[in-house]
Structure formats: structure tokens, C-alpha cells
Design a protein around this ligand. Structure first.
Ligand SMILES: [Zn+2]
Length: 300
């Protein structure tokens, strides 16, 4: 099925406004919504890897099953690990999660004593979150929503930052919303990943066209610094990061082996490969993802 090319003009770097050079071209390999081709550029100034042209009908690439509502209980171990990670930097108080999806982490944080609010754009996800008793604010522009919300002690985005149209506005709005001493936690795919170098356009974390930009850690640190946020941790090898590394290899292996009978073998083979590569991926922040934590300066 051919789809009319309804595209806006080629973007400049969404982080620094610099120009980009072509890095790779791919299709929606993860979900196969259509056969449209998407180019990604690397910013010559800040090395952000970004989608050259954002489809005007981007919402079409988020099908109804994008949010596995009701599945939030199945991944409880990883949600607990995420909460334990956050607690290393903030013990409690008011927490805002942006893009909570099915609400697994938000629910766990609420049960763990945080006063939780979430910002979510999807209708179905919002209804689901409210049914779980989570205070839900519906918006596709989290920076604008943050500007009118009461201050918080922590703002978290688990693999959401790369989906946002204006990542700079988000960091600024988060910095403005946080109380002095509050923390911003961002878990994102890593454009300096070893897997990206090896797999190129086949790397699952490209996730075209849903991932609008993959920001290198050094660039994110500069961006946060300008907004008044000081880095307190940069992790490429935390538990959730390692899980995502394994996910990358497993996801690829399953996709490359279309025969159903071979899928299981491919899945476990990839897990072994991921284990073997783990030291290399964890060294020097070359993993598939990284998690950065910033703290708002206590006012002078
Ligand atoms: Zn840039």
C-alpha cells in the first residue's frame, strides 16, 4: 500500500539547531505500519541522531496496541528495579512521570509512597491510568503541561524523551517545575551504542519514525546544564540498561528468523550473544541505552 508523502521540510537538529549529515535510511522495521523510508541525520555540531522529516501523520505510527494496557503487572520486577534506581537520588515526595503508558512504574512508585502524577497523551492509556487511581494529566505537549503543574521533587521519563517533538523545551520545563534539589531522570537509547555501529539501520532502537532524536550523553549534559540542572549520575550499565541491551539483540534475532520454529532458538542465542558482549557494551557508555540523572541547583 502506498501512502501519500505528507511531510514537513527537513529538520535542523532539534537540540542545537545545527545542520545534519545523512547517517542511515530505514523503514518502520519494528511495527511495519507501512513501507515509507525514513532518513536519520547526525548533527554536525552536537552529534544528536535525528529523524530528518517527521511525518505529519505521526500518530498513525502509534497503533492501538502500542500501549499494552493491563500488562503492567507482568513486568513488576523491572518496575521495582527502576524505582530502586530512582530512590538512590530522591527518597520520596512528589513525582511526575511523563509517558507512563500502561502505568506499571507509576503504580509501583505510588505504592512505594511517592505522590504520583503522570502526563500521558493517549486517550485509552489515560482512561486506564485513571482506573488504576493514578492522577493523570492528558497532553501531547508535556512541556506546556509541566508549566501549569504544581512543583515536584522528581520528574522521570523512561524511554519517552526520544519521542518528544521538542526535547529542549521539555528539559527547560522540567527544570522550571522541579523544586530546588529535585531530580530529573531520563532513560534513553544511546546513539553511541556499539549495537548501532554494528547493525546500522537494523538497530531496533532506531524505531523509525517514532524515535525523533537520539541524544548523546555529552549533549544531554550540556543541555541540562544550561537549564540549571547538574548531573549526578550517568549510567550505561544499570539493571534496566542491561535488560535493554539484551532486548536489542533478541528483538533483532527474532525478526531475522521468520520461521516460527527457529524463533525460540534465535531468542536464546541472542541472549547468549548479549551476555558475551555485555562487558564491551557496558564499557565507555557504549550500551544500547543510558540513564542520566540531574539535580536542580539549590537556589543561591
Ligand atoms: Zn545538534
Amino acid at each position: 500500500m502506498s501512502v501519500p508523502a505528507t511531510r514537513v521540510a527537513e529538520r535542523v537538529c532539534p537540540v542545537c539547531g545545527g545542520s545534519g549529515e545523512h547517517r542511515l535510511t530505514t523503514t518502520d522495521r519494528n511495527r511495519g505500519i507501512d513501507t515509507e523510508r525514513f532518513a536519520y541525520l547526525t548533527c554536525r555540531t552536537c552529534a544528536t541522531l535525528y529523524l530528518a522529516k517527521v511525518p505529519e501523520d505521526l500518530e498513525r505510527y502509534y497503533p492501538p496496541d502500542y500501549y499494552p494496557l493491563g500488562a503492567e503487572g507482568r513486568a513488576i520486577q523491572s518496575e521495582r528495579a527502576k524505582l530502586a534506581l530512582l530512590r538512590r537520588f530522591v527518597s520520596g515526595g512528589s513525582l511526575i512521570e511523563i509517558g507512563p503508558g500502561a502505568g506499571g512504574f507509576a503504580g509501583e512508585a505510588q505504592r512505594g509512597g511517592f505522590d504520583v502524577r503522570v502526563i500521558e497523551m493517549d486517550d485509552g492509556a489515560c482512561a486506564h491510568l485513571r482506573s488504576l487511581g493514578i492522577q493523570t494529566f492528558q497532553s501531547a505537549e508535556p512541556d506546556e503541561m509541566l508549566a501549569v503543574m504544581a512543583p515536584s521533587d522528581a520528574i522521570v521519563l523512561w524511554h519517552v524523551f526520544e519521542h518528544l517533538a521538542d526535547p529542549v523545551a521539555l528539559v527547560r520545563a522540567a527544570a522550571a517545575n522541579l523544586r530546588p534539589g529535585g531530580v530529573l531522570l531520563l532513560a534513553v537509547p544511546n546513539p553511541r551504542a556499539f549495537q548501532l555501529r554494528v547493525l546500522g539501520a537494523r538497530w531496533p532502537h532506531i524505531d523509525a519514525p517514532r524515535h525523533l532524536q537520539l541524544v548523546p550523553a555529552a549533549t544531554l549534559l550540556r543541555l541540562a546544564g544550561v537549564a540549571g540542572l547538574a548531573p549526578v549520575a550517568l549510567m550505561g550499565a544499570d539493571r534496566t540498561g542491561r535488560d535493554w541491551n539484551v532486548f536489542g539483540w533478541q528483538h533483532l534475532a527474532v525478526r531475522l528468523n521468520s520461521a516460527a520454529a527457529r524463533r525460540r532458538a534465535a531468542f536464546y542465542g541472542a541472549a547468549i550473544l548479549a551476555t558475551a558482549l555485555a562487558p564491551l557494551e557496558r564499557g565507555g557508555l557504549r550500551g544500547s541505552t543510558y540513564t542520566a540523572v540531574f539535580r536542580k541547583d539549590v537556589a543561591p
